[in-house]
Design a protein around this ligand. Structure first.
Ligand code: DNO
Length: 399
């Protein structure tokens, strides 16, 4: 298991020297400033790599091992005319990364929005803060703020009435915050930040697109990317749609074990793999995470180890809980990942260790007074990593 840590680049309040103190060994990063669809030049990759990897003699080295993510241009998801050039640039970026020795690549295929939360500072009883997705607030955004055409057909009468009531009780400032959290707010998202009008226009481009069409667009993209990845020894790791279900009238196609089966049946290349994001998949009660980890073990190249606690009544709402104390059996997931690593080792060849990282930490202690990238606090994630590390050591000892 390789313990990795996400770094957003020189503007990240958590520095490389801070990360070194966590004893993580690998860095997950991306060139966030390059516009979606442009090729990442080798020189820019090397420059970023040097920021991560250069260190003084005697310091613990860090390696940029995982890219999270190369963004996929919306035109590829829409299979618009002219999208070929964006597929070519995606492949060229992958080739450049491989030339620099970076061979695990996370990406996603979510239309318009990347990961989405309604609350970025949800107060916990402990005094810390967590991220939260609240279905009722999301309905307020969809029905009352965005006023999406046709949205009302996707909600029950009771849900619509509740959303209107909640909207009426919200201040202008609360409405604005909710809007920004959803359309512009989150770090590392691989889609652009929008204003409300552009957002409506982006959604409109997907009008009438069903899941099968979006799937085909993904498979066509992968049909071109995977043969090159295989030659380069690159492992692709698709990230699930977060939250894992259709939203805002958009189809979402990487949400369940059934979706993954369809993906691998269509594109069986060994380069085709997943990011097992335990928190994302785990925000659906019908996803059994240890079972999924066993089922797709050879395809797992990267894993985000965190959990969520779903609301007792509304199972679509959740908050991001402590790494080991949630609705997701993280110990079971770790045990499955370690079993897969033993299998790979016994099989011989190049030993494929799995990159894991603590995901979305709470804001605790000194994190609380600081400007942090939501979910990417230092101390909260350090607590997560320390807990996960303890489980890894304990489970390893049993074998
Ligand atoms: C959020 C992340 C996502 C993820 C992308 C992968 O914390 O998990 O932004 O990086 O969806 O492409």
């Amino acid at each position: 298991m390789r313990e990795s840590w996400r770094w957003f680049g020189p503007g990240d309040p958590v520095t490389i020297d801070d990360i070194r103190q966590t004893d993580a060994t690998d860095i997950v990063s991306a060139l966030h400033d390059i516009p979606t669809g442009d090729v990442w030049p080798i020189a820019a990759i090397r420059e970023h790599q040097a920021l991560i990897e250069n260190c003084e003699p005697g310091q613990s080295p860090l390696v940029w091992s995982v890219v999270e993510s190369i963004p996929v241009h919306e035109d590829i998801k829409l299979a618009r005319e002219g999208c070929q050039r964006y597929i070519d640039s995606w492949i060229a970026t992958m080739e450049n990364l491989a030339a620099c020795g970076i061979k695990t690549i996370c990406y996603n295929f979510m239309p318009v929005i990347d990961w989405t939360r309604t609350d970025l500072k949800y107060a916990l009883p402990s005094g810390g803060y967590a991220l939260r997705f609240d279905q009722d607030k999301f309905a307020v955004f969809d029905l009352c703020i965005l006023q999406r055409e046709g949205a009302e057909q996707e909600y029950s009468e009771a849900e619509i009435a509740a959303a209107r009531q909640l909207f009426a009780a919200m201040s202008e400032q609360e409405r604005e915050l909710l809007t920004n959290n959803i359309i512009a707010g989150l770090p590392g998202k691989m889609t652009d930040a929008y204003g409300l009008d552009t957002f409506r226009a982006m959604l409109a481009r997907y009008q009438g697109m069903d899941a099968d069409t979006l799937r085909n667009n993904l498979f066509n993209f992968l049909g071109q990317v995977l043969p090159v990845a295989e030659k380069l020894g690159v492992k692709l790791a698709i990230h699930p749609d977060d939250p894992p279900r259709d939203m805002l009238g958009l189809p979402r196609i990487i949400c369940t074990a059934a979706d993954l089966k369809i993906l691998f049946e269509a594109q069986p290349s060994p380069a085709n793999g997943i990011t097992l994001c335990a928190g994302t998949y785990g925000s659906r009660p019908d996803n059994d995470l240890p079972e999924m980890a066993r089922m797709f073990a050879p395809r797992i190249h990267f894993s985000h180890l965190r959990g969520v606690i779903r609301d007792a009544g509304e199972q679509r709402s959740f908050y991001e809980a402590s790494h080991l104390n949630s609705d997701v059996d993280i110990v079971g997931v770790i045990a499955a990942l370690l079993a897969e690593e033993r299998r790979r080792k016994a099989e011989g060849g190049e030993f494929g260790e799995i990159y894991i990282r603590p995901d979305h930490g709470h804001q605790i202690l000194d994190d609380r007074g600081k400007t942090v990238n939501p979910g990417y606090s230092c101390i909260g994630r350090l607590k997560g990593l320390a807990e996960i590390r303890g489980v890894i050591k304990a489970v390893e000892r049993l074998h």
